[in-house]
Design a protein around this ligand. Structure first.
Ligand SMILES: Cc1cc2nc3c(=O)[nH]c(=O)nc-3n(C[C@H](O)[C@H](O)[C@H](O)COP(=O)(O)O)c2cc1C
Length: 407
């Protein structure tokens, strides 16, 4: 059993399914977890603090400005105390507040101030769930990094049928087991990753260079997603305009050769993700002075080292999982599968760069993830941050629980 001795903060929202939070509390307590709760003003209409207190053996928090509890535990300490925050049920109204970044009561303030993951467990009538405003909130919240369980399809308390039914306490418990199992293993095995991102530049002379339109966003998002899961991550980044957090170790490079050297220096690692768009060719000669326009007739090029292939075929320090990228304009999957074999990667992320608005220099991407058994998982167009979360989950599943994500 992986889910024990955890500190779990449950926020009970104002929905008819609120009574099921009592069952989750009971299961968590039975497995020796500590549970604290916040009851929203509407949540209190559905379950009583007395029922919750009896099960948690802790006081229920309700008010942001409660002078008694603020002295005992303030909203910041409460958010730091938790290993994870669960909002159950997450109402349509609560999602609106979170997607606007509101901090108008204890529940929303704790979540906004938290440095931990927040798991949302939506429950509402099918019409509320499929409403465009709710779906826009879901997209925003996923982009912000909120985790979701459910909702499921089924018959609702109001008698209608459809998507919107809250996942059962058992389903939430297994989600939590899987969540903590992965993070515990990452910690125990002290997993390390290197991620390359961005373009590289190959200078012809001091002012001119060959490069490409890579923004580095996808690689940065993957590095951040791995870091969030507890993997010690080094990001090796070509020239970009991106802002990055200080939590990740960053090595800035300019040329492909510099990137290659930094990659070698970062070994050994367990995971290597090659998301950088390396400039495949470089000028055979680099002029020390600016070349006169009139004297430049042609440029002689030579091939750069294929870093992913070098690492994929490296017997001495080959990471347990090598992930390559294939940016293609035609025959996406066939070309990607060929590259996967040629570079001896374990996974290849193929993206179509022929279409405007996705891939290069965009916040969005649409990718196929292909594994060594030619199994293809297609992710529809989405924010790069969301694609990165899925890729990071698949990487860890492949490494820790063997292929689960392709079944
Ligand atoms: C009987 C009843 C049941 C309700 N059930 C739900 C529900 O399942 N999901 C939901 O999103 N809203 C539901 N609502 C509406 C919410 O209670 C309301 O939007 C409330 O402001 C949400 O509070 P919260 O943001 O603290 O969760 C229900 C309202 C009533 C009166």
């Amino acid at each position: 059993m992986t889910l024990k001795n955890k500190k779990i903060l449950i926020i009970v929202g104002g929905g008819i399914a609120a009574y099921k939070s009592l069952d989750l509390i009971r299961i968590l307590k039975k497995n020796n977890n500590e549970v604290k709760t916040i009851l929203t003003k509407s949540g209190k209409e559905f379950v009583t603090p007395l029922s919750i207190n009896t099960l948690t053996k802790n006081k229920t928090f309700e008010d942001l400005f409660d002078k008694n509890t603020e002295a005992e535990i303030d909203h910041i300490s409460l958010s730091r105390w938790a290993d994870i925050i669960i909002v159950m049920p997450t109402t349509a109204n609560f999602m609106t507040k979170l997607s606007l970044g509101k901090a108008e009561d204890l529940a929303t303030t704790v979540i906004l101030a938290s440095n931990k993951d927040t798991l949302l467990v939506p429950a509402m009538n099918v019409r509320m769930w499929i409403h465009k405003a709710t779906q826009r909130n879901v997209r925003t919240l996923k982009d912000y990094g909120y985790l979701f369980v459910g909702p499921e399809k089924g018959e609702m308390a109001c008698g209608e049928y459809g998507e919107g039914k809250m996942s059962s306490p058992r389903q939430i418990f297994s989600y939590l087991e899987n969540y903590f199992r992965k993070r515990n293993t990452v910690k125990k095995r002290n997993l390390k990753a290197l991620v390359t991102a961005g373009p590289t530049r190959e200078y012809l002379d001091p002012v001119r260079f060959i490069s490409n339109d890579s923004s580095g966003k996808q690689g940065l998002e993957i590095a951040q997603a791995l870091h969030k899961m507890g993997v010690k991550t080094t990001l090796i980044m070509g020239p970009t305009n991106l802002n990055f957090t200080k939590e990740i170790k960053i090595k800035k490079v300019v040329t492909s050769e510099e990137m290659f050297n930094e990659v070698k220096k970062s070994l050994p690692v367990d995971i290597a993700v090659f998301a950088a768009a390396i400039t495949d060719f470089k000028p055979l000669k680099k002029s020390r002075n600016k070349i006169k326009k009139s004297s430049l007739k042609s440029i002689e090029l030579e091939k750069n080292k294929d870093i992913a292939e070098y690492i994929g075929k490296n017997n001495k320090h080959r990471p347990s999982l090598v992930v390559c990228f294939a940016a293609e304009t035609d025959n996406l999957n066939e070309n990607a599968i060929y590259k996967l074999r040629q570079k001896n990667c374990d996974l290849i992320i193929a993206n179509d760069v022929s279409k405007a608005g996705i891939g290069f220099n965009s916040d969005y991407n649409k990718v196929s993830i292909i594994d060594g058994k030619n199994r293809i998982k297609i992710l529809k167009k989405n924010k790069k941050s969301l694609i990165a979360n899925v890729i990071a989950e698949i990487i860890l599943d492949k490494l820790l629980v063997n292929d689960k994500s392709f079944n």
